[in-house]
Design a protein around this ligand. Structure first.
Ligand code: SF4
Length: 293
């Protein structure tokens, strides 16, 4: 039976939700308590205290989104307080700007203090039909503030050109926006902390196809663990985690090799080209020439 919240408890919950929002967490589940669980103010307090303990143990956004809020109220404070700031903004460029502002000078994961020069947010056409998602910035990207500008970026440019389109027509981003030191693979915790912003970027752009470049991007976006051989060669129905948009059913997602991997093992370029041809068929693109070797 819905009831009005105690004002003190309401204030505490609003503060807690704002705190999560500042961490980039916007989605909450509400749980009706069963008879065996203490209800009302006491139960809510227990949950808030439990959240605080978990937070002390480096809670990730994915953990946070699974927090149960054991309270039923007449007013929906979760929707009022937790609405994403770009929600309802129809212009993708404006929505991306709002997401960038919300990200701010981010210190949400340890990568902010491990030598990054700048945050590499993403680049390209805000209305792109095709989006590429890599793993994280390297030295060149960290220096220039743009994803895929080094040798791997040059190869990605060639791959895009071989598809009969230009880099300016697509949108390019990474799972993590700060350079992992020594170009190490980003940790799961870092991917989980940063990727909600990428999910919001995808939801703002609403591409027809997302191409995950490499295993880290594929596993984070699809939230599944499998080898590249198992992940490639098919489309997945994809909707960014945490996005509720009644006007968008999501898009297709394909997986291919990361250009940096292709530089190390050029024999796999043919396989990557097969993946891109699958994407081209989906988008109705025709290749003007054969891909660069
Ligand atoms: S990698 Fe992402 S979450 Fe971590 S500090 Fe950089 S922008 Fe923030």
């Amino acid at each position: 039976m819905p009831r009005t919240l105690d004002p003190e408890l309401r204030r505490a919950l609003v503060e807690r939700i704002r705190f999560y929002n500042e961490l980039g967490i916007y989605d909450f589940y509400r749980w009706e308590p069963s008879g065996s669980v203490s209800s009302g103010k006491h139960a809510a307090k227990i949950e808030v205290e439990k959240d605080q303990r978990e937070l002390g143990e480096q809670m990730t956004p994915r953990k946070a989104t699974a927090i149960a809020m054991p309270i039923a109220v007449e007013e929906n404070i979760f929707e009022v307080v937790a609405a994403k700031p770009e929600q309802g903004v129809s212009d993708p460029a404006t929505a991306l700007k709002i997401i960038r502002e919300d990200l701010g000078d981010c210190t949400r994961c340890v990568l902010h203090k491990q030598g990054r020069k700048q945050i590499v947010f993403g680049v390209g056409n805000p209305k792109a039909e095709l989006m590429f998602v890599g793993e994280g910035p390297g030295a060149d990207e960290d220096q220039q503030g743009e994803p895929f500008v080094g040798r791997a970026g040059q190869l990605l440019n060639n791959m895009i050109k071989a598809m009969g389109i230009t880099r300016e027509q697509v949108y390019i981003a990474n799972i993590v926006k700060c350079r992992p030191p020594g170009n190490r693979t980003p940790e799961r915790e870092e991917c989980d902390t940063c990727s909600p912003f990428l999910m919001r970027q995808i939801a703002a752009i609403k591409p027809k196809v997302v191409v995950a470049l490499g295993a880290v991007a594929a596993k984070t976006l699809l939230a599944m663990s499998a080898s590249m051989v198992q992940l490639r060669g098919r489309f997945y129905d994809f909707k960014p985690t945490g996005v509720r948009d009644p006007n968008w059913d999501g898009c297709k997602l394909a997986v291919t090799y990361h250009p940096a991997f292709l530089l190390r093992d050029p024999r796999q370029k043919g396989e990557a080209w097969k993946d891109l041809q699958m994407v081209m068929r989906e988008l109705g693109l025709k290749a003007p020439t054969k891909p660069d070797a």
